[in-house]
Design a protein around this ligand. Structure first.
Ligand code: NAP
Length: 326
């Protein structure tokens, strides 16, 4: 799509908060590539490369970014901050989501680590702080009390969770409600070839509670681009972490990819864009997606997902053909 025909993407409320996010956000886990355990998944990106990705996302209407403490212990967060500063973005012009890593830790580390998060993201402030997974040594009560304190003290603007089950979501929601706060979001693996949340109560609970579902790995690490279906040898060049994931699903998703290719051609978009468009539209405003990128062109195309509409028939056809993944 040319620059002249670019539309201003609509925003949605993040859960029941006042925060307005675009249906596509930019995941920046890739900015920690080449470091720690991320070495097994993504190669390192230079500042020049990560800055170009941030710029491409912003230029194509994306207004928020998802990072985490565990993405290189500040590497992804500070690269994101440098990318935003490089294009002169002001804090009130963008939305930042980050996460606290609970593994092998107690709730008190939520408050102990908040200054680090703020330091790495400086001068940008935290709009959404998420508990990365439900695996702390401390009770939910203690963890959400600590998160509520951060909100009361003005360190963060809203609270989310990630990888929580329906039951755990309800518990988190109730504890926060007792403190007069809202549970904004649950970030989970949701894509056209990972549709379990539609069957295990997570999607229904999110809709009932008005909690936004943030889809992580919305392209299932690139499988839903169709590129590995076209050329299976391409998986050989992937780092070990991604190679293992991709082997499983390529054969099973061939029919889905073939159908999406026809739809993509008729809209003059890519298969990846169709897959993302389905995710952010099939469930009304409940689901938003945060595709990651290793190249600016990908961020550009992902932002442009917000510029076209699949028909109702196309949305339903894709739903039907991906039912094997429910
Ligand atoms: N909460 C959690 O537990 C959790 C877990 C994982 C991820 N996340 C979040 O979710 C984000 C996204 O997940 P992800 O990066 O694992 O998976 P993803 O978004 O499904 O896949 C990203 C990969 O797909 C390819 N890609 C992206 N856009 C493309 C496009 N337009 N055209 C062609 N290829 C494209 C790129 O592959 P190549 O690099 O090979 O080109 C990219 O590295 C992360 O950045 C992170 O913020 C959260």
């Amino acid at each position: 799509m040319s620059k002249e025909t670019k539309l201003t993407p609509p925003t949605r409320k993040l859960g029941k908060t006042k925060i307005k996010i675009t249906p596509i956000g930019q995941g920046v886990m890739q900015f920690a590539g080449g470091h720690g355990f991320m070495k097994m998944v993504y190669p390192a990106l230079s500042d020049q490369e990560s800055n170009a990705i941030v710029k491409a996302a912003l230029d194509n209407g994306i207004n928020w970014f998802d990072t985490a403490e565990s993405y290189g212990k500040g590497i992804s967060e500070s690269k994101l901050s440098r990318g935003l500063q490089a294009v002169g973005k002001k804090d009130d012009e963008i939305i930042i989501a980050t996460k606290w890593m609970p593994m092998m830790r107690r709730a008190r580390s939520i408050k102990r680590t908040i200054d680090e998060r703020k330091k790495y993201l400086h001068p940008y402030t935290i709009d959404l702080h998420q508990i990365h997974m439900p695996y702390s040594f401390s009770s939910f009560q203690k963890q959400f009390d600590a998160m509520a304190d951060l909100l009361d003290e003005g360190h963060i603007q809203s609270i989310g969770i990630s990888n929580f089950s329906a039951k755990q979501m309800i518990k988190a929601y109730e504890i926060l409600a007792d403190r007069g706060h809202i549970l904004a979001s649950n970030q989970v693996n949701y894509s056209l070839i990972k549709r379990k949340i539609e069957n295990n109560g997570i999607m229904d609970t999110a809709k009932e509670l008005g909690v936004t579902i943030i889809s992580w790995s919305p392209l299932q690490s690139g499988i839903l681009t169709g590129r590995f279906h076209e050329n299976k040898e391409q998986t050989e060049s992937l780092l070990m972490g991604r190679k293992m994931m991709s082997r499983v699903s390529i054969k099973k998703s061939q029919k889905l990819i073939d159908s999406m290719r026809l739809i993509a051609d008729s809209h003059k978009v890519t298969i990846a864009q169709v897959a993302l468009n389905w995710l952010i539209n099939f469930h009304g405003e409940t689901v938003v997606a945060i595709p990651g990128s290793t190249k600016p062109k990908q961020a550009e195309q992902n932002g442009q997902v917000m510029n076209f509409a699949l028909t109702k028939t196309e949305l339903n056809d894709i739903e039907e053909i991906s039912r094997d993944f429910l």
